[in-house]
Every structure is written in structure tokens, then in C-alpha cells.
Write a protein that binds this ligand. Structure first.
Ligand code: PGA
Length: 239
């Protein structure tokens, strides 16, 4: 199954949520799993449908408590989510989340019955210095809970410099990093690529060995653009 995840970040509206899900629901192809991660308030705007899975954009590491503004993994589960993104680079950057925080969130997500999509990725300086693999290996070592089976979590490799920038690594570099991540984790774990995935480049990226899907930000807000990415995923899965 190729996994294509729409990360809306803090974008969208109730009207867009309804229209988007209606549009995408009828475009899911065999072999492709689509996951919609809107701002959590929109999860209840649209009735649950089987073809479009749901995910949270983050969860707290605690089960419950005095954490104003936060959402627990169990709440996301109760709202129909199957997945939750943890450790996105925007959370690492703006909320100073550490690998240890992210590991605790992933553990809590799994305990609540969710699959965490654990994000890793180097910044531009590390990329330029040739340290990307080292940075990612350290993030993986710190952010993935111990003793998990490969089906209990998903990794998303998102070079920070590629997010929202229109830049992507070369296909060789994406392939090399995904191979590296597979070696650092477990053979069967799904590794998604994220960072400026669009309809025009999705087909080539999803064809690369070791790329099990995509985490899509900006391009996921336009339903037709997202559907074109789903189409590319269906085609590349058949090769
Ligand atoms: P982008 O974002 O597709 O807009 O680059 C990806 C992400 O941050 O998950």
C-alpha cells in the first residue's frame, strides 16, 4: 500500500474540509491509502468515510492533564483518527520539541491505537556540510520507541530545506537517504518522503525504491492536485 498523507498544517476552513473530502473520496485507487490530517477542529466537519483515513498533526505525550491547548492521542482516536504526525520539523523548530518528547508522543500514540508518523530530516546547514545521514540517524535513534514492530509506526523523511521551498533533493539523494533510514530502523518499516511534493514530481519520487509514500503539505490543500498525486501513487505502485 502506498501511503499518501495530506498535512494541512494551520490552513483550510470547514467549507474546504467538506468539499475536499467529497472530492478526494471518489478518487482513491487500489493500492493507495490516503490520510487526511486537517486542523483537529475540522475532523468533525465531515462524516467519517472508509476510503479517506484521518490523522492528527500532533498529540501530547501525556494521557490527559493540565496542558492548555493540547490534544491527546486518545482524543484523536476518538475523533476517528488512525494516524498522528509527530516530530514534524515545524514542531521541532517552533515548539523546541526534542527527540525524547517525540519518542514519548509516539509511545502514547501507539498506546491509544494510532500509528505515529515520525518525522525526521536535516536542516540546510547539515545538508550542505554532508552531515544529513548522521543527523537523521541520531533523530531516528532518539525518536523511535524501543521494541516496536515495523507495522506499528511510519517514518517520514522531510529535509527541512525542502519543506515549502519548491526544492527537493535529487532522486539519487532521496533513494540514498531512504536506504540509510531502512538500515537504521527495520527492513519493513514504511518510509515516506516529504518536502515540496506536488503533482508534477510525485510520480518520479514515488517510483524510487524505498519510498513507500509521501507526506504532502502545500499541494494537499488543493483537492485536484492531491488527487493527481494519488493517481501517480497508483501508477508507480504498479511498476
Ligand atoms: P510541503 O510540506 O509539501 O508544503 O513542502 C511538507 C510538510 O511539511 O509535511
Amino acid at each position: 500500500m502506498t501511503l499518501i498523507v495530506a498535512n494541512w498544517k494551520m490552513n483550510g476552513s470547514a467549507a474546504l474540509a467538506q468539499e475536499w473530502v467529497r472530492h478526494v473520496a471518489v478518487r482513491i485507487r487500489p493500492g493507495v491509502e490516503a490520510v487526511w490530517c486537517p486542523p483537529a477542529v475540522y475532523l468533525h466537519e465531515v462524516p467519517e468515510i472508509q476510503t479517506v483515513k484521518r490523522g492528527g498533526q500532533d498529540c501530547h505525550s501525556a494521557a490527559s492533564g493540565a496542558y492548555t491547548g493540547d490534544i491527546s492521542a486518545a482524543m484523536l482516536k476518538e475523533s476517528g483518527c488512525a494516524y498522528v504526525i509527530v516530530g514534524h520539523s515545524e514542531r521541532r523548530e517552533h515548539y523546541h520539541e526534542t527527540d525524547a518528547n517525540i519518542c514519548a508522543k509516539a509511545e502514547r500514540a501507539i498506546a491509544a491505537g494510532l500509528i505515529p508518523i515520525i518525522c525526521v530530516g536535516e536542516k540546510w546547514d547539515a545538508w550542505q556540510a554532508g552531515d544529513a545521514k548522521q543527523v537523521v540517524a541520531a533523530q531516528l535513534a532518539g525518536s523511535i520507541p524501543k521494541n516496536l514492530h515495523a507495522h506499528q509506526y511510519v517514518i517520514a523523511y522531510e529535509p527541512v530545506w525542502a519543506i515549502g521551498s519548491g526544492k527537493t533533493p535529487t532522486h539519487e539523494d532521496i533513494h540514498a537517504m531512504h536506504t540509510h533510514i531502512t538500515m537504521c530502523t527495520e527492513k519493513e518499516v514504511k518510509v515516506l518522503y516529504g518536502g515540496s511534493v506536488k503533482a508534477v514530481n510525485a510520480g518520479e519520487i514515488l517510483k524510487l525504491q524505498g519510498v513507500a509514500g509521501a507526506l504532502v503539505g502545500g499541494a494537499s490543500l488543493i483537492a485536484e492536485e492531491f488527487c493527481a498525486i494519488l493517481d501517480s501513487a497508483a501508477v508507480s505502485g504498479q511498476i
